[in-house]
Design a protein around this ligand. Structure first.
Ligand code: DGY
Length: 425
């Protein structure tokens, strides 16, 4: 085992807060939904029990309607804003611990298959009951997605807050977010810029809008039907839909192993619906998949990493195959490390600002996976190699400047460590 693999494991141990892992110390002091799903796969490369535990701690926060919240506030901390008082979800979610009121990409189902497969190869028949329990939690969350976030039956699930996408300040949201008021009742006490340079984080006006949205939904008392009608921001997101579709396929795989026939049928229907929805979002002229702004009714054409995430779920046709390969190569041309989260030729590109250009190891992990699934193994190997090199050069940083390879954002980041462990596995 290399020293760097050792260091990656040490980061997961350092960020362990008792069965769950914080994304990084101080900047993100709670359990985040998709971070934990990626982290559980990192753990699975060397400690199956700890991998299961990560997901088990996450579902402690699951709501009665099936939603898996984006943050579980297991223990108090004053190093993050907005904390549980701003969310005020207590009345909807009676169980301990308290949580935020929105969700995040459902990587959970992908993670569960990944760790279950490793457990099986290790001959761990004892994980069956744990797998079954987590499977049913995931299934409840997929039902929630379909019912609550695709009520108009487009085969695409919607986000009501940019934080749900995980790509908070992506240029993809600029136009839709501009319609959201900057007025807030809550005083905005940002903590993030105390830990990380403001030049690498969203702007103040973004935060005003993020908090305004929280207030709108809080006033709906977190009732999903009321939120759907009141939402001033509503985007059918291809990245989210692709992750949900892929996670659904992974749940079908698990259900087949567990011989759960009704569940296989139910999930297969969901899977078909989502794949149809995704296929309709391909645009020849852009050489990628685009999200749909449900308020303006317009395509979101901004070139971001979301263009390529559907590869994890669908088989490209011959034309798309070539187009995607050319487009990814174009985005990576001249970069020390690709794939940038915004195309470098776009006027929105900023190489150091969070989701407006930097490279994220977990996004590359998804893109590599999608390229392999679509028989583009050569390009996948280049991106994988560059991601590993970037981490070895700059450390387990939150994200990387594609032009210089410099490490940016938080330090000792859990999901970057997990990406390293999985890509090296
Ligand atoms: C943050 O606070 O930056 C997170 O991305 C929201 O989940």
């Amino acid at each position: 085992m290399s020293d760097i693999t050792d260091a990656a494991r040490a980061i997961l141990a350092f960020n362990d807060r008792g069965g769950y892992t914080v994304p990084t110390d101080a900047l993100y002091p709670f359990q985040w939904n998709w971070d934990s799903a990626f982290v559980s796969m990192g753990f699975a490369t060397f400690n199956i029990d700890r991998a299961y535990q990560e997901l088990e701690r996450l579902i402690e926060g699951q709501w009665d309607d099936g939603m898996l919240p984006h943050i579980v506030f297991h223990v108090p901390s004053d190093t993050y804003f907005p904390g549980p008082d701003v969310w005020n979800t207590h009345h909807r979610h009676h169980k301990k611990p308290t949580t935020s009121g929105i969700t995040q990409p459902p990587v959970f189902g992908m993670a569960l298959r990944y760790i279950y497969e490793i457990a099986l190869t290790e001959g761990r028949e004892d994980v069956l009951a744990r797998t079954r329990l987590l499977f049913h939690a995931a299934l409840r969350s997929h039902r929630w997605w379909m019912k609550v976030r695709d009520p108009e039956k487009r085969g695409l699930v919607a986000i009501l807050h940019p934080w749900e996408s995980g790509s908070d300040n992506s240029p993809a949201w600029d136009e839709a977010l501009a319609r959201v008021s900057t007025i807030t009742k809550t005083e905005i006490c940002r903590q993030d810029t105390k830990h990380v340079s403001a030049a690498m984080r969203p702007h103040h006006a973004d935060y005003q809008r993020f908090i305004h949205l929280v207030e709108v939904y809080r006033e709906c008392k977190w009732d999903p039907v009321k939120q759907w009608s009141a939402a001033p921001f509503k985007v059918a997101d291809v990245q989210m839909t692709a992750i949900l579709a892929r996670a659904t396929a992974d749940l079908i795989w698990i259900a087949s192993h567990l011989n759960l026939l009704d569940e296989i049928n139910e999930l297969s229907t969901i899977h078909r619906i989502l794949l149809d929805g995704l296929r309709g979002r391909w645009r020849n002229n852009l050489r990628g998949f685009v999200s749909l702004d449900l308020i303006s009714g317009k395509d979101i054409q901004k070139p971001t990493q979301a263009y390529f995430i559907p590869l994890i779920a669908i088989e490209l046709d011959t034309y798309q195959h070539e187009a995607v390969q050319d487009e990814i190569e174009r985005w990576c041309n001249g970069m020390i490390v690709g794939v940038p989260s915004t195309a470098p030729f776009s006027s929105d590109f900023e190489s150091k600002r969070y989701w407006r250009g930097p490279v994220w190891a977990v996004i590359n992990w998804l893109i590599v996976d999608g390229l392999c699934k679509n028989h583009l193994a050569e390009l996948a190997a280049i991106i994988e190699g560059n991601t590993i090199n970037a981490i070895e050069r700059a450390g387990f940083r939150e994200y990387f400047d594609p032009i210089t390879g410099e490490g940016l954002g938080g330090n000792s980041f859990s999901w970057t460590a997990a990406a390293y462990l999985v890509l090296r596995h």
